[in-house]
Design a protein around this ligand. Structure first.
Ligand code: CAO
Length: 243
């Protein structure tokens, strides 16, 4: 690819040059590799999480007693695990020679964690087999370890899919980069109350913006559409987690 020309920024004013951390450089290399190798498509949708939020907020006292904060993230992990189970291509990887697909019979999901040293992606194992409380505890533990630089290499390996949640920060959408050799990543933005037409009147509903980026060598638009539709249905009525 054509090189970006080197510019002498000092010619335009005062500057300061700071060495990047090892983690920042590793993340840059991984992002660049994915960006160049993977033909990306991003599909957008909104999940109506009005009832999910009422349920979650109703558990605040129980959470306090347990010492566990239940954010929307464990619900997203659970919904993704169920949608990955039912849409196994999203839980697969392309073989190195591109001749076959490797279907994984386990559901391990990486969670992007922002740390002072850079981006880390610890992996939560067997998400489909864990309760919402267990998932909340594990995300908090892994995020703590990531921020304290205590994650072991094994904690960051074996992911089938990634969730990047910027919901705590704000924004209404972004296009995440697939964490190859995974084939899908879900970008979650901040939920907000919006007027939704119910056929007779506008109702205030809490909508969660979702963006699924996928590797178009493996996933077609219809695969992604089915996955997103199921995700939205699951988050819209969490009783579906039992089905
Ligand atoms: N919509 C609205 N509110 C949300 C939300 C959403 N989608 N997601 C979280 N929140 C709320 C939480 O409920 C919490 O509210 P209270 O403070 O009132 O309890 C608050 O935002 C902060 O949540 P959190 O960030 O502490 O917890 P989390 O479970 O949502 O996320 C973690 C945990 C580790 C994913 C997060 O801290 C983090 O590091 N996010 C950044 C990820 C990142 O950098 N992604 C980019 C990768 S690509 O460059």
């Amino acid at each position: 690819i054509p090189a970006v020309p080197e510019i002498d920024f000092a010619a335009f004013g005062q500057i300061e040059t700071v060495a990047r951390t090892k983690l920042d450089k590793l993340t840059a290399a991984n992002m660049h590799r994915s960006w160049l190798n993977v033909p990306h498509v991003t599909q957008w949708d909104d999940a109506d999480i009005t009832e999910l939020e009422a349920f979650r907020k109703g558990l605040a006292d129980e959470g306090e007693k347990r010492g566990t904060k239940l954010t929307p993230l464990p619900f997203m992990l659970k919904a993704c695990a169920l949608a990955l189970r039912d849409n196994p291509k999203l839980n697969a990887s392309l073989s190195a020679d591109g001749e076959s697909l490797v279907f994984k019979h386990y559901i391990h999901i990486g969670v992007a964690v922002d740390t002072p040293a850079g981006l880390m992606v610890p992996v939560i194992r067997d998400v489909d087999q864990k309760s919402l409380w267990q998932l909340a505890e594990e995300v908090a533990e892994m995020a703590g370890k990531a921020r304290d630089r205590k994650l072991r290499p094994a904690d960051m390996q074996g992911g089938c899919f990634t969730i990047s949640s910027l919901g705590g920060l704000g924004g209404n959408g972004f296009t995440p980069i697939v964490n190859t050799p995974e084939v899908g990543i879900l970008g979650v933005s901040r939920a907000s109350v919006k007027p939704v037409w119910d056929g007779q009147a506008f109702q205030p509903r809490t909508l969660l913006p979702l963006a699924l980026s996928y590797d178009h060598r493996v996933i077609n638009g219809a695969d992604a559409g089915r996955f997103c539709t199921q995700l939205v249905a699951l988050l819209g009525d969490i009783r579906r987690f039992l089905l």
